[in-house]
Design a protein around this ligand. Structure first.
Ligand code: AVJ
Length: 320
């Protein structure tokens, strides 16, 4: 055993620190939503998905259960590439339909968090003996290569309305990257939260139990742990509102009193009383906005299904 002084590798690299500095120097301070998801934050998000106000997850799950057998039967994919290996619940619906249809399959969960990926991969590999689980550590917003010789056709999936975290131009860039990984015959499956009565959307991000508020504040705890920052999470109030012009939820943390926060490698950040840090956007779409993004990314809509209340949609697209 080697006896070396504990010199922990910096949890955030120079680029991540530069991104933080950049976001926190804008007139509207911003932090990237990826910092919600440490273990505690992932647990809080799981709790959000079970809240009565948060209709997204259960509606998507019902839609997948209703349509996957048919859609998988049509395209008969032999591999599933999932961007952001989320809760395995929805993945199972897709994998069940695939193994029922073609028997064996490959599953490539793609996520930045290696620890999370390993846990998901181990669990699913145990549950699906005929599925070859090939976890891939990668940032879904950057270019990455798929394993060689993936069985084809491949189904590329981006579920949970995570596309909403991106502005339309950013979303198109992400979809275009998916398109470049698609081979002839491949398909793209996405779940998207739809535009509706703003009161319904706002309730989903302002739950009565306060879970979303804790989820929002948790980002400050994550940054304290990862970057050695000294945010006081309870010096900030959760605020979420629907921006009607931009069709999106914005989540903010509002400073109750003037804050001076030190982030090693970033510097001193001053947040005035009542000033906010935006932690997330969650863009809402309709069929036309989705078709426009797909077209700009070189894809075309093949299937589109909504729940009876028109809250949420799942869709299948192909390359041109
Ligand atoms: C995981 C990005 C789809 O935007 O609804 C839930 C995250 N934020 N409640 C969403 C979230 C606050 C969620 N996504």
């Amino acid at each position: 055993m080697t006896d070396t002084a504990a010199t922990p590798a910096p949890a955030l690299d120079a680029r991540a620190l530069a991104d933080l500095r950049d976001g926190l120097s804008r007139p509207q301070k911003e932090l990237p939503p990826k910092y919600f998801y440490d273990e505690h934050g992932s647990g809080l998000f799981e709790a959000i998905t079970r809240l009565p106000e948060y209709y997204l997850t259960r509606t998507e799950r019902a839609l997948l259960g209703r349509w996957m057998p048919e859609w998988i039967g049509l395209s008969r994919p032999r591999a599933l590439v999932e961007l952001g290996a989320g809760g395995a619940g929805k993945t199972r619906i897709v994998l069940d339909a695939m193994t029922d249809t073609v028997g064996s399959a490959a599953y490539v969960p793609v996520d930045v968090s290696a620890g999370f990926l390993d846990a998901v991969a181990a669990r699913l590999a145990g549950e699906y003996p005929t599925v070859d689980v090939l976890p891939l550590v990668a940032d879904i917003t950057a270019d990455f290569a798929l394993p060689d010789n993936l069985p084809r056709p491949t189904l590329h999936a981006f579920l949970g309305s995570t596309i909403g975290n991106f502005t339309p131009p950013e979303a198109v860039a992400l979809l275009a990257r998916v398109r470049r990984r698609m081979q002839p015959g491949d398909a793209f499956l996405m779940g998207v939260d739809l535009r509706k009565d703003p009161a319904v959307i706002e309730a989903a991000y302002n739950d009565a139990a306060g879970v979303t508020a804790e989820f929002n504040r948790n980002m400050l705890r994550v940054l304290n742990a990862l970057a050695g920052a000294d945010f006081d999470p309870y010096a900030f109030d959760h605020r979420a509102f629907y921006h009607r012009g931009l069709h999106r939820i914005e989540m903010h943390l509002d400073a109750r009193t003037p804050q001076v926060v030190t982030i090693p490698g970033v510097g001193e950040v001053r947040v005035g009383a009542g000033e906010s840090i935006r932690t997330e956007i969650s863009c809402k779409h309709d069929r036309a906005s989705v078709e426009a993004m797909l077209a700009a990314a070189g894809m075309r809509l093949a299937e589109w299904e909504m729940d009876t209340d028109g809250l949420y949609a799942i869709l299948l697209a192909h390359g041109d």
